[in-house]
Design a protein. Structure first.
Length: 136
C-alpha cells in the first residue's frame, strides 16, 4: 500500500503539536511497520522546511529534520501534468489539489491528512490519522 502524507501530519510529528501528535506519529509508525510506501509531495518539502526553520529558529536543524524525513519517506515528484490535473479539480484549495494529483499519479491508496474537508472531491480518499489507525 502507498500512502501520501500531507504536510500537516509531518509538522504534527516534528513539532509535537498537541493534541494531534500522538495519532499522527502512530499512524506514520503503523504505516511503516506495515511496510507501506510513505510518500510526501516534493512540493511539501519546502513548506515543511520553512515551517521547521521558523519553529526551530535554525535552518541547519530544519535541514536535519528534512534529512531524517528522507530516510523514512519517498519524496514524490510534482510534474507539469500534476499541475494541469489540479487545475481541473473542483477542490477548494489548489495546493491540496496538487497533492491529490501527485497521490493519484503515484497510485496512493490514501492521503493521510488532518484536513479531510480540504480534500472534498479528491481522486484519492483522504483519511485522518485517527481514522487510519482505526482501519488497521
Amino acid at each position: 500500500m502507498k500512502i501520501l502524507i500531507d504536510t500537516n501530519v509531518i509538522l504534527d510529528i516534528f513539532q509535537k503539536r498537541e493534541p494531534f501528535f500522538p495519532d499522527s506519529y502512530q499512524a506514520l509508525h503503523k504505516a511503516i511497520e506495515a511496510e507501506s510506501e510513505c510518500l510526501v509531495s516534493a512540493s511539501s518539502a519546502t513548506d515543511i522546511f520553512y515551517m521547521l526553520r521558523k519553529f526551530l529558529k535554525s535552518a541547519g536543524q530544519a535541514k536535519e529534520r528534512i534529512e531524517q524525513l528522507s530516510q523514512i519517506v519517498t519524496f514524490a515528484d510534482v510534474q507539469g501534468m500534476d499541475i494541469q490535473t489540479a487545475l481541473m479539480r473542483t477542490m477548494p484549495d489548489f495546493k491540496d489539489a496538487v497533492v491529490d494529483a501527485v497521490a493519484e499519479r503515484n497510485g496512493a491508496s490514501y492521503i493521510l491528512t488532518r484536513n479531510i474537508k480540504d480534500f472534498t472531491g479528491s481522486a484519492v480518499p483522504a483519511v485522518t490519522p485517527t481514522d487510519f489507525l482505526k482501519q488497521l
